[in-house]
Design a protein around this ligand. Structure first.
Ligand code: 5GP
Length: 184
């Protein structure tokens, strides 16, 4: 494989989506995978842009058909990466970024040992709590669930090829790209 398969993971609220959007803006030749999810669409999200929003039935039949590169349940919802668009890009020599949670990152590493796993860390636990609470997109119950999962995710840092503390979006995106492309 000449193109890079880059996995960006880290706890909910760490700023993965913002960092990945910056990577995309900065490196136009990178393709960011669009996941499928059963989670409800948030205000401002568009089907086919942030995610493909599907029913549990549709998600499960995609898994059953063997069409998911990886998938996981996260805080009560299913999330997965459709395999075909990723392999098409990699075969065409295009670098691919997956922005996914820990269980999915592990599946990708098992399937593609050459994948580059980047772990995004918050500057501190308090900053993570503030970011997750401050974005106002989730209920208190959902935030609680996500913080519980975040503790487990933060303990898995050593499984990743590199850990980057997300102090500032542009700097984090640059570090991530430098890492992904310097080890080709
Ligand atoms: P959110 O609901 O905040 O958009 O995403 C919740 C979590 O699911 C985040 O950690 C996000 O990175 C992760 N996620 C998004 N898409 C996928 C996917 O396709 N597979 C897996 N395993 N996790 C995903």
């Amino acid at each position: 494989m000449t193109a890079n398969l880059i996995v960006v993971s880290g706890p909910s609220g760490v700023g993965k989506s913002t960092v990945v959007a910056e990577v995309k803006a900065h490196a136009g030749d990178v393709w960011v995978s669009i996941s499928m999810t059963t989670r409800a669409q948030r205000h401002g999200e568009t089907h086919g842009v942030e995610y493909f929003f599907v029913s549990r039935d549709e998600f499960e039949s995609t898994v059953a058909a063997g069409e998911m590169l990886e998938w996981a349940e996260f805080a009560g919802n299913l999330y997965g990466t459709p395999a075909q668009p990723v392999s098409d890009r990699l075969e065409a020599g295009v670098d691919v970024v997956l922005e996914i949670e820990l269980q999915g990152a592990r599946q990708v590493k098992a399937r593609f040992p050459q994948a580059k796993l980047v772990f995004l860390k918050p500057p501190s636990w308090d900053v993570l709590v503030q970011r997750l609470t401050g974005r106002g997109t989730e209920s208190a119950e959902v935030i609680e669930k996500r913080l519980e999962v975040a503790k487990i995710e933060l303990a898995a840092e050593a499984e990743f090829d590199v850990a980057v503390t997300n102090h500032e979006v542009k700097q984090t995106a640059q570090t991530l790209l430098d890492f992904a492309r310097s080890h080709s």
